[in-house]
Design a protein around this ligand. Sequence first.
Ligand code: XMP
Length: 527
Amino acid sequence: MIFIADFGSQTTHLIARRIREFGAQTKIIRPKNLIKEIDKSKPDGIIFSGGPASVYEKNAPEIDPKIFSFNIPILGICYGFQLISKLLGGSVVPGKKEYGPATLGISNFSPRGEADKFQISNGLQKTFVVWMSHGDEVIKIPRGFEIIGSTETVPFAFVADEKKKIFGLQFHPEVEHTEFGIQILKNFLEECQKIKTQKSKIKITTQSSKYVVNIIKIEKKIKKIVGESYVIGAVSGGVDSTVAGILTAETIGNHFIPIYVDNGLMRDSTREHVEKIFKGHKVKPIAIDVKKEMLKRLKGVVDPEKKRKIIGNFYIEIFEKEMQKLIKSGKNVKFLLQGTIYSDVIESKGTKHASKIKSHHNVGGLPKNMKLKLLEPLRHFYKDEVRLIGKNLGLPDEFVYKQPFPGPGFAIRIRGEVTRERLEKERLVDNIVLEEFEESGILKNVFLSFPVLTGAFSTAVKGDGRFFGEVVALRVVESKDVMTSKWSRVPYDILQKISSRIVNEIPGISRVVYDITTKPPATMEWE
Ligand code: XMP
């Protein structure tokens, strides 16, 4: 059992997932309850998560220093490491802010080709890429600690007190894009295992992929929650709502009624795609056309949070109306199925100490007094796990590997006001990007690809005349679990063709720029 003290990181839940992938159990605990929980049952190891606070800030989450007296291995990540340093006599200061990739060098790399001086650095390369996301920095490590690895800007990026089995990382080993991150977590588990020797209950499996999501368990849970009542479902054709919908259709059959809200903000032929998904199941989606009303509600709105809230509220209004109609026809509708996944939850401030990044329309964007109860069977899963569930349900790749498309659709890919004209422009540009990606065969290799109408304007010369038009930004990213992403190295000739087609074919566009920002710091969507 590994305890994870949650200081509010976006990735606390992801740390737990990675540890469970090695066959260990995890419990996420609020820092102030940690000692109490240890008194109840001693874990094999403790991980302190990162978090958005600064250790010297007023009301920053703290931990009782008694924690260091239990002789339990501790791994501090980012804020967790800074807190350890502060509590044990080191110093933390506002440092050079750093978000995204950095190169870590192992200090005493063994000439035999492996960093085997310490268990914690076993199996690593001499240098590798790690992902950072921090503002503060440790400038003095506590007595007893040694440097294991540094980056160009952070000398204390990876440290250890070998005797006490306390480890500190300034970077995030849990995210997909940190090379050897999983190996470091595995090494930590092995340290935990050593401490307990024969008594250890941790059995480390060698392969992360052995971790399988139990579909039967999810379906049983759906049945238990829903009983004999009816469920209406928000289906958008995206992977998450498709998998949630099929799971529910398989569990309760025609007590599930999928609803597709045609809000005019989706890609072309989404409606046909949704109908195709449920073909062969006993359920038939109801389509509701609200295109005109949607535009009316978004009129004059420029703030992205407002857009999300308006869309979230409108959806619930539609679903509750539909619920009343169905109840009148004798169907006892109680639940609204949503394909919410964990990344939506955590970005919408899903835990006590976490920051709100944005109110995803299906989580933080919902009205307070809803009549429908939410059914969210995928709430604790990540995108790659949802895809795995979809594959295990026997869904074709066409559904499972479809590019994610946000619920608020084009509304959050148009900076500023969403008007009929701008919506049409965004749709045309989006089609060009999709067509070119499809034709060059790279569509299936990227996680997301889309243009943004930036609301910025620039000068162009079209046919010898000055033209002042809108700038389109092209965003193409690679990711598996949505928590981090790299921008895609799309071949220049494909970019060139897309750019030429957009500025030539779409009136009002003066320029195309390519977004070369990782997540973190930038989110995938612009709003
Ligand atoms: P971000 O921009 O948060 O994107 O890095 C991560 C994933 O979430 C999608 N996304 C949303 N999906 N409602 C949704 O249903 C939203 O409000 C929303 N905002 C972002 C985004 O497209 C990407 O797949």
